[in-house]
Every structure is written in C-alpha cells, then in structure tokens.
Design a binder for this molecule. Structure first.
Ligand SMILES: *Cc1c(COP(=O)(O)O)cnc(C)c1O
Ligand code: SF4
Length: 447
C-alpha cells in the first residue's frame, strides 16, 4: 500500500526534493504559499517532478508557487512580514487582504450559474447548459495536490461566501426531477475522487433511479494524474472500480473526465495501470486540461500527451484557455498563441486524437472556441464558435472578432467588420437582468 502524504508550508522541510531547492525557492514557496494555496504530495514529488530541472520543470511549476504569481508589491509585503518574524495572525490578515483583491469569479457568474429550486438557490448545484448539471459535493472540495493556477482557490482557503458546496443529494434529486432536460450529472470540486468510495457511492446511487432519466454520470478528476493509487491500491480502489462497473451495468455512460496537464503524468507505471483499470470497468476516460504558460505551452507536449492518451485507450476532449484567476498574468497564453499551439499539435496526431477540441474558453455566455484565424474581405479576423451556450440556439454558430494578438479572453475581443457588439450580447444582458431580479426576489423573501 502506498501511503498518501501531503506537503504544505507547515511541513515544507519534509518535502521530497526540498534539499535540492535553493534558499530563494524555499523563500518564494513560503511567501506565495501564504497567499495562494499550496499542497503537493509524495507521488507528485517522487515520480513526476524532475528535481534536476527545477524551477523550469513543468510539474514543479504546476504544484509549487512561483514568485511572479503575485504582484511585486504583494510579494514584498508578505516577504517583509515573514522576514520580520511577524505572527501567523499578522501574515494571515495581510494574505486575506491580498486574496480579496484577486477576484476569481467574474461578475455575475455565481448567480447566473446557480441552480434554483422553488426560487431558492440549491447549494452545490450549477446549471448553465441545458443538458448538464454540475454538482459539487461538500467533501470533494479539495484535491490530492493543488495546481498553482487554479481558480478554485477560494474554496481551498475557505472564503465561505464564495464556496459552492453541498451535502444535499436530496436537493439535487429534487432539482433533477423538476428539470427533465438534464441528461448528464457532472461531479466536480475540487476533486470528487478525493472522497472515500463509500461516500462517492452515497452520492451516485440516488442518481441511478430510472425515473430521473440520467444517461451520463461524469466525474471531473485529477486523481489519475496526482494520485493514481486511488484506482490501483487495495480494497478502496477495488470498491471504487466496482461502483464504476455498477454505473455502467445500470445502462448509463460513465465518463471519467481526467485532467492531464503534461505527458509526464501518463508516463509512470502506476498512472498507466490506473487508466487501464478504469477503462476495464466500461467507463470512458475523456481527457481535458487548460493551456498553462510554463507548464504545457508547447505543441510538442500536447501532441505527445494526446497521442499517449489514445494509445492507452482514453479520448482527448478539451484544451481550455486559462481563465481569470489570481495569478493569470503568470500563467496566461494569448488566444492567438493558444490557437497556434493547438493547431500545431492537432496537425501532428492521428485522426483518432482529433476528438480534441480547443482552445476553448468557458466564458459567461458559454464555451467559445477559437476556431480559426482567417482573412475575410481584406480584414484579418478570429473565427469564434460556441460549443456550449446559455442559449442552445447559439451553439455551433460562427462569429468573428477583430484579430488581436494580446487578447487572452473573450471579453477582451472586439467584433470584426466594424460591428458594435457580438450577436449574443443583448440576449445575455437580458439574462443578467433576469438573474438579478431573481436574486432580489430571494433576498427580499429571506429578509
Ligand atoms: C464545460 C461545462 C460543462 C460540460 O460541457 P461539455 O461540453 O458537455 O463537456 C457543463 N457545465 C459547465 C458550467 C461547464 O463549464
Ligand atoms: S486538480 Fe483541479 S480543482 Fe484541484 S487544484 Fe488542480 S485544477 Fe484546481
């Protein structure tokens, strides 16, 4: 049995590889790790990070805080406090102020995506696209290690008002009864695969009631990359695989939405064994990850990764664009470059790996692909396309933005051909007004 051990600031000295970190890197870890959540584990440190290649090593970049993640003034403030031997409370208070200045949830998204039941918000439910409900089980709000760029950090540092969570599977079931268009339930987090099998089972079994007409159960998880022993080690793992088999035997599609960021995560024996065991249950493993500067901003890395996924029986799914997070500047890749990386990788792989879509932005109106960069009537433009949308009528519709090498998100793009606004803007604004009215109504009732 492999014992899961985590390393955070309080036991930083015990981290495998700590000895090879420079004084400066240790200091950076302590400073940035005081503001943004830091957690890694023994598997990541012993089998994925190449300590001879630190700090450039992609897995080190993915799990260890880096200096440029904070703005210099914020960095200096925390560094000064630590150097002056400030108390934990003082450091915490300063860190909290900095955290609050980094807004991880774009305005309106929380309210607009919420699930509503009898005009009440259903805790832990997000329902943005007609067919698919996201569910955030309370006990799944953490991960086997933390990705440095991750926008879910408010949940990990327990800013409770930003936290979507729920123990209430009953409420989810009531919600699904009232929304028969929903065919997919996607468990997400954090990482739902941090939960014990028994707990996962207690969340899943109520969804296998035929009256609900759920066709697909999905789990968004990074466990196959950060802790593959979850699927290989001991009785817990065997039970989990039995649960997977049970879902498949119920006649449903089980999709493990595996988050792989770099080909090294697929290279270890245990990672390959984990994938094999999951696939043997009849589950389909679909792979997705954001494009992250310093981690996987290379067509070669992506081509190798999606080729390996196909070789191991998994299905490449999405390449996401990194969205606005506290440390976006350090990790962002402009859309034009993202399109180039995607295209260069896509060209190199077998047709079977071209189930892979991207670069895709999960933006307020929907998932928007940068689908091409072309010249139309003498103007260089970026062709965009919804692959998911708040209004299903927008899906698969092409629209055009003026070419912009700097833009790294949808809201930085301007319409092409001198148009004033994108076609969906008025409708989206109406939806925002509707949401505001609904929230107002709920607030008034509660008062
Ligand atoms: C990505 C996403 C989904 C799932 O979309 P698919 O294209 O079906 O994978 C569902 N809800 C939200 C809010 C999402 O961002
Ligand atoms: S595994 Fe997912 S939720 Fe967890 S830190 Fe990484 S990106 Fe965030």
């Amino acid at each position: 049995m492999n014992t899961f051990r985590t390393f955070q600031l309080r036991n930083l000295e015990d981290t495998p590889g700590f000895e090879t970190m420079s004084e400066h890197q240790r200091m950076v870890t302590r400073v940035v790790g005081s503001v943004l959540p830091f957690k890694t584990n023994n598997y990541v440190c012993e089998q994925l990070i190449d300590w001879n290649n630190v700090p450039e090593d992609p897995m080190f970049q993915l799990t260890f805080p880096q200096e440029e993640m904070l703005d210099p003034a914020h960095f200096a403030r925390i560094a000064d406090l630590l150097n002056a031997g400030a108390s934990r409370e003082q450091v915490k208070a300063a860190a909290r102020e900095i955290q609050l200045s980094l807004n991880p949830h774009p305005a309106g998204q929380v309210e607009m995506n919420a699930g509503y039941l009898e005009e009440e918000v259903v805790a832990g439910v997000q329902h943005k696209y007609r067919e698919t409900v996201l569910f955030f089980p309370t006990q799944g709000q953490t991960c086997h290690a933390y990705c440095t760029y991750c926008f879910r950090w408010p949940q990990f540092v327990q800013l409770d008002d930003l936290k979507f969570a729920s123990k209430e599977i009953d409420r989810l079931v009531s919600y699904l009864r009232l929304h028969p268009t929903v065919s997919d339930v996607l468990f997400t987090g954090g990482d739902p695969m941090i939960m014990r099998t028994e707990l996962i089972r207690s969340y899943v079994e109520p969804l296998l009631d035929d009256a609900l007409e759920i066709n697909t159960i999905r789990f968004g998880t990074k466990a196959p990359a950060y802790w593959p022993y979850k699927f290989t080690d001991g009785e817990e793992a065997d039970d989990l695989l039995r649960l997977f088999e049970q879902i498949v035997a119920s006649g449903r599609h089980l999709a493990i939405m595996a988050h792989y960021s770099h080909p090294v995560e697929l290279s270890t024996d245990v990672a390959q064994q984990a994938l094999r065991r999951i696939i043997e249950t009849g589950a389909v493993v679909r792979c997705q990850a954001p494009l992250i500067r310093h981690v996987n901003d290379s067509a070669t890395a992506w081509a190798e990764m999606i080729t390996t996924e196909v070789k191991l029986g998994a299905v490449p799914y999405y390449m996401f664009v990194e969205r606005d997070t506290g440390a976006k500047r350090y990790f962002e890749v402009p859309l034009v470059e993202a399109y180039q990386i995607y295209t260069d990788a896509y060209k190199q792989v077998s047709g079977l790996a071209r189930t892979w879509r991207g670069p895709s932005m999960s933006a307020t109106p929907g998932k928007v692909l940068v689908d091409g960069i072309v010249e139309v009537a003498g103007e260089k433009v970026m062709a965009l396309k919804f692959v998911q949308a708040r209004n299903p009528d927008w899906v698969n519709k092409l629209f055009f933005a003026a070419y912009d090498e700097q833009a790294s998100w949808l809201d930085e793009l301007r319409p092409a051909f001198g148009e004033e606004k994108f076609f969906y803007i008025d409708e989206l604004n109406n939806m925002k007004v509707d949401t505001a009215e609904r929230v107002q109504l709920i607030t008034t009732r509660a008062a």
